[in-house]
Design a protein around this ligand. Structure first.
Ligand code: XLS
Ligand code: CA
Ligand code: CA
Length: 436
């Protein structure tokens, strides 16, 4: 059965093409920085947005017209797998990502739910054997079911902690079976609403205990995917524990987890935290924990997690600049945790949306690569910090200076600062963006 009738394989036609169902910048075989674009960018489809979300919002029911919407229960789950592999193939993608509850419906008990998962996971496994598609990451949905009303690993109810542990245990087994390259923990409801009823210390200790148990179990079953924490500042709880990269990193250090985790940075979560996307990427890269990326964008006029497909070329360029400085994403990728707007309800809009996202990142990648090749920012930055290369600066860096020596050095010396040249640098960035 064909789900996306009348849509052929999407191919690269170049920037002059007028065909909306073609790539203008994403050319999988083009070599950039010594690697094929496809191998560098590692784009991934988010199963929940593309094959599950129906477009409902707090004010209205679903609007999405999907070729599989006539099915229910396990038949629906199977139809979605078939549609997913057709979609991935037509776009020429290599990766996908899912929550356990995206791929199979919940049963009355955890055991029944797991049996549903077994059926679908074996179907996915068969598809994966006959294609080159890989699982970028999987995760467990520990936030939708009402049992998680007060959190999962941070719930005040130990039975909920136990249930969540059972769920993640199964997800790690699925990760092992399908060879997922990463495993994501997004702290869906791991936060709190009011301190009037919250023991923050116990909640954080329990969250860390949960992660340690996951590490132990992964080791026991030989699951070797990279663990990732995905920070997000708000939504659904008012105070999420993994607010941003810096707070997640502090948590990982405090609880002896830093060697076992990296971070999955989502653009829209960065902006919700009051940061830019590139800031969060830079924090991770600086601490050596940049793992993967959820590629989307928010809307500065709306203060919530709109999960739009990324089309802002400034943002994709600056993000790719950070990723290049990180030496790429290694086992990570660019996962489109994004959905077409509610008014873009036709199945073909899923193609337009992914094409827009992939072209935006491909263009950003090419511009960022050229900036790096030409040393535009690096040379400027190196010069800006050149006082640390010799003299007193070199002594500070080497650790041989102390307060007494520095005070004596500074006593009679006039300070001469240099301009930061922000506007000049932005103008050069514009020049690269518009002429490449
Ligand atoms: C929600 C998160 C979520 C994670 C995976 O805002 O982005 O979708 O990526 O649980
Ligand atoms: Ca995400
Ligand atoms: Ca999001």
């Amino acid at each position: 059965m064909t789900y996306f009738e009348g849509i052929d394989k999407i191919s690269f036609e170049g920037p002059q093409s007028k065909n909306p169902l073609a790539y203008k910048y994403y050319n999988p075989d083009e070599v950039v920085l010594g690697k094929r674009m496809e191998d560098y960018l590692r784009f991934s489809v988010a199963y929940w947005h593309t094959f599950v979300a129906d477009g409902s919002d707090p004010f209205g029911v679903g609007t999405m017209q999907r070729p599989w919407s006539g099915y229910t229960g396990m038949d629906l789950a199977k139809a979605r797998v078939e549609a997913a592999f057709e979609f991935i193939d037509k776009l020429g993608l290599k990766y996908f990502a899912f929550h356990d509850r995206d791929i199979a419906p919940e049963g009355d008990t955890l055991a029944e739910t797991n049996r549903n998962l077994d059926v679908i996971v074996s179907m996915i496994s068969d598809y994966m054997k006959t294609s080159s598609v890989k699982l970028l990451w999987n995760t467990a949905n520990l936030f939708t079911n009402p049992r998680f009303v007060h959190g999962a690993a941070t719930s005040p109810n130990a039975d909920v902690f136990a249930y969540a542990a059972g769920q993640v245990k199964k997800s790690l087994e699925i990760g092992k079976q399908l060879g997922s390259e990463n495993y994501v923990f997004w702290g869906g409801r791991e936060g709190y609403e009011t301190l009037l009823n919250t023991d923050m210390g116990l909640e954080l200790d329990n969250l860390a205990r949960f992660y340690h148990m996951a590490i132990d179990y992964a080791k026991e079953i030989g699951y070797t995917g990279q663990f990732l924490i995905e920070p997000k500042p708000k939504e659904p709880t008012k105070h999420q524990y993994d607010y941003d990269a810096a707070s997640a990193i502090a948590f990982l250090y405090k609880y002896g987890l830093i060697d076992h985790f990296k971070l999955n940075i989502e653009a829209n979560h960065a902006t919700l935290a009051g940061h830019t996307f590139e800031h969060e990427l830079c924090v991770c890269r600086t601490y050596g924990v940049l793992g993967s990326v959820d590629a989307n964008q928010g809307d500065t006029l709306l203060g919530w997690d709109t999960d739009e497909f990324p089309t802002d070329l400034y943002s994709t360029t600056l993000a790719m600049y950070e990723i290049i400085q990180n030496g790429g994403l290694h086992r990570g990728g660019l996962n489109f945790d994004a959905k077409p707007r509610r008014g873009s309800f036709e199945a073909v809009d899923l193609f337009h949306a992914h094409i827009a996202g992939m072209d935006s990142f491909a263009k950003g990648f090419k511009v960022a690569a050229k900036l790096v090749e030409d040393g535009v920012l690096e040379d400027f930055i190196a010069q800006r910090y050149s006082t640390y290369r010799d003299g007193v600066g070199a002594e500070i860096v080497a650790g041989t200076a102390d307060f007494k020596a520095l005070a004596a050095y500074a006593a009679e010396r006039p300070i001469v600062n240099q301009s930061g040249r922000q506007e000049m640098l932005k103008s050069i960035l514009n020049q690269y963006l518009t002429t490449l």
